[in-house]
Ligand binder design. Sequence first.
Ligand SMILES: [Zn+2]
Length: 209
Amino acid sequence: MIHEIFPVGPLQCNCSVIGDEQTREAVVIDPGDEIERVLEAVRRHGLKVKMIVITHAHIDHVGGAAKLKQATGAPILLNQNDSALLKMLDMQAAWVGMKAPGKVPIDASAGEGDKLRVGNVEGRIIHTPGHTEGSVCLYFEPEKKLIAGDTLFAGSIGRTDLPGGSLEKIMSSLHERVLALPDETVVIPGHGELTTIGRERETNPFLVE
Ligand SMILES: [Zn+2]
């Protein structure tokens, strides 16, 4: 599996480009900004983008999605529970001082248990509400990788004080869904350093009993 991770935009959202080495089909996760860099990675690996997945509708994760869709024709997937947040993109842009990206056309919902396939690479959607109502993680079981959005960070968890946030929900998502994954799972958080489920289970101050 081809997997490139690079931070984009002023808030340094971790964008992932994941591709199948044989078919060269790819999925881009959280193209928040700097779409030229996303397209450069796609070209460098000779990939064709088949799908764009957004972990949640915060502007630093979804801001570049429409532009990437325009460039590739790939559909955009976002959990339907974040549609209210998506309508507030202009307001979100003002909060963080980013340029409003305009309307982001969503093609399908990324729902609990949905299997997303690009070539021979298959990921599964895990609905993890709490940071936002429609927050999802993307789990690649054979590769033991979790794209966690802003649900889990190295040493921290997603904030729950923004519209749609719930501390109760994020704690139950983390304990019941995320920590249910094997310890060796590599976690790619929405921002910052990579980690593993085992390390967070042992040392994350928000998760240790
Ligand atoms: Zn967020």
